[in-house]
Design a protein around this ligand. Structure first.
Ligand code: DGI
Ligand code: FE
Ligand code: FE
Ligand code: FE
Length: 187
């Protein structure tokens, strides 16, 4: 079993400096949210630390790695390459970083699209990814940051709404899971 320090050192070698900085930002934000919502702090930090471990290489190579490891990709994922790192990351966390905690694996798996009826850890990672201190300022971020520590479900709904609006504006294809997350949390 690897501890946070050991995984952190591995990731520092694997990830680009900006991605590594973001990863640490998500890890500490997840720790703060775990404190606020009385969740396991170590577990939140582990999920935060590993959430983007699939992003150590290009999308094209991520697709190749999924083939190699026999990770099945949906039609949507093959069309929307930025989604793949979540699935690849969940696999790597389990197989390469020896995480045997299913809650952590799921939080990594759903950190990009979210999902309906998320666990507390899913929400913490989904939101920490969006609000960590190093994220560049975008409209609505201040409100999500505040709501993340006030009303977590409302924060998820705001985050999903912002993401969906941004994707529509960019005319990018929308993964059904991204849409379902918004639908579920906007009610
Ligand atoms: O890996 P990060 O950059 O830290 O963040 P992330 O894993 O949340 O992925 C970010 C990108 O994924 C962001 O630009 C929004 C995008 N995304 C999320 N859901 C969808 C999506 N992109 C498309 N095209 N379709 C989606 O449904
Ligand atoms: Fe990510
Ligand atoms: Fe995200
Ligand atoms: Fe991230």
């Amino acid at each position: 079993k690897m501890d946070l320090d050991k995984i952190s050192k591995k990731l520092e070698k694997k990830l680009k400096p900006d991605r590594y900085r973001h990863t640490k930002g998500v890890m500490y934000t997840a720790a703060a949210m775990a404190m606020r919502y009385e969740q396991d702090i170590q577990e939140a930090m582990l999920a935060g630390l590993l959430h983007d471990c699939g992003k150590f290489t290009s999308s094209e190579e991520q697709v190749e790695l999924c083939k190699k490891y026999k990770i099945e990709l949906s039609e949507a994922e093959l069309q929307v390459l930025p989604l793949i790192h979540a699935k690849l990351g969940a696999y790597l966390a389990k197989e390469k970083y020896k995480v045997d905690n299913e809650r952590v694996i799921n939080a990594i798996l759903y950190h990009t699209t979210g999902r309906p009826n998320m666990t507390m850890l899913d929400k913490i990672i989904y939101l920490s990814d969006y609000i960590e201190p190093g994220r560049k300022m975008i409209p609505g971020l201040t409100e999500v940051r505040k709501e993340a520590f006030t009303d977590i479900d409302h924060a998820v709904s705001l985050c999903a709404k912002n993401t969906l609006e941004y994707l529509k504006w960019q005319k990018r294809p929308i993964d059904p899971m991204t849409a379902k997350t918004y639908e579920y949390y906007s009610k």
